[in-house]
Structure formats: structure tokens, C-alpha cells
Design a binder for this molecule. Structure first.
Ligand code: ZN
Length: 165
């Protein structure tokens, strides 16, 4: 495994649409392993392949809603698609490709996602709260959408820390 460089918002790659994954081979597994290692070194909750310069539809999301005493874990989603959205949450959002900047984005409170695993098997997974936000944010990356284009407004450090916005 290797840590890959994360592209920042100036890079045009982040605004391009990613292509579906069609080969569930060693190269994909290497990409996902590297994305896991890269994400584990960062204070983020998700990472999309285009953020490491690969325009393929693959993302990793950390499931943070785990029972007390249990470990958070990473969910790999290949060719993900949101198939249900419910409710609404308005909150602060950031991105490893936009370091130090946060903005207010409204997202569904709950989503259901259909995706393939690294071997091509289809599955469905649900996300609530932060996990739902993260699924939406990472899947947006596959469409070339960076969260700053969805922000109601950007937040100052004081607003972010106080939670009042
Ligand atoms: Zn992001």
C-alpha cells in the first residue's frame, strides 16, 4: 500500500466526471488499498478516486455511527448510486481537497446507496447523519462536483468552532 497525493481545488481533474469501473482486478484493489492508507493518514471521513487523480467511480467512506466500544470502519463503494434520500440536514462541510475551508451545505439526513464491492458484487448500504452527508459528498466528486459549489456560504473559523451559523 502507498499513500497517494491528494489533489487540491486548483486541479482541473477534480471538476471532471469519472468513468465507471469495469475491471475488478488487482489494479482496482491497489487503488482502493492506497485510498484506505491515504485516508487513514488524514483527518477526513471520506475519499474519492478523483481526489487522488484517478477518474474512476470508486470512493471510501468511514462509517462513524458505530456502537460505543466498536471501531469505526471504512466502506468501499465502486460505481455507487444513491437510490433513496430522506429528510434534510444543514451543517458544516469540508473536504481534503479544500484544506482549511468549511461551508454550510444542506444534505439528506438519510440515504440508501447501491454499489459494487472490490470484486464486483452488488450491495446496498444506508447512511444516517454524517455518514449520509459523506456518501453524498464523495459521490458528488465522481460527477466533478466539489462541495464549495453547493455551499450556502463559507464559514469563518469562529463560526465553525462555535457551531453557530
Ligand atoms: Zn471532498
Amino acid at each position: 500500500m502507498a499513500v497517494r497525493n491528494i489533489l487540491t481545488k486548483e486541479d482541473p481533474t477534480l471538476y471532471k466526471k469519472s468513468r465507471p469501473v469495469t475491471q475488478f482486478n488487482a489494479r482496482l484493489h491497489q487503488l482502493l488499498d492506497d485510498m484506505r492508507e491515504t485516508l487513514s493518514r488524514e483527518a477526513g471521513v471520506g475519499l474519492a478516486a478523483p481526489q487522488v487523480g484517478v477518474l474512476r467511480r470508486a470512493v471510501i467512506v468511514i462509517e462513524t455511527n458505530v456502537p460505543e466500544g466498536e471501531e469505526e470502519y471504512m466502506i468501499e463503494l465502486v460505481n455507487p448510486e444513491i437510490i433513496e434520500r430522506d429528510g434534510e440536514q444543514r451543517g458544516a462541510e469540508g473536504c481534503l481537497s479544500v484544506p482549511g475551508e468549511y461551508g454550510v451545505v444542506t444534505r439528506p439526513e438519510h440515504v440508501r446507496v447501491r454499489a459494487q464491492d472490490r470484486d464486483g458484487n452488488w450491495f446496498e448500504v444506508e447512511g444516517e447523519g454524517l455518514t449520509a452527508r459523506c456518501f453524498c459528498h464523495e459521490i458528488d466528486h465522481l460527477e466533478g462536483i466539489v462541495f464549495t459549489s453547493l455551499c450556502e456560504r463559507m464559514l469563518t473559523q469562529e463560526e465553525l468552532e462555535s457551531g453557530e451559523f
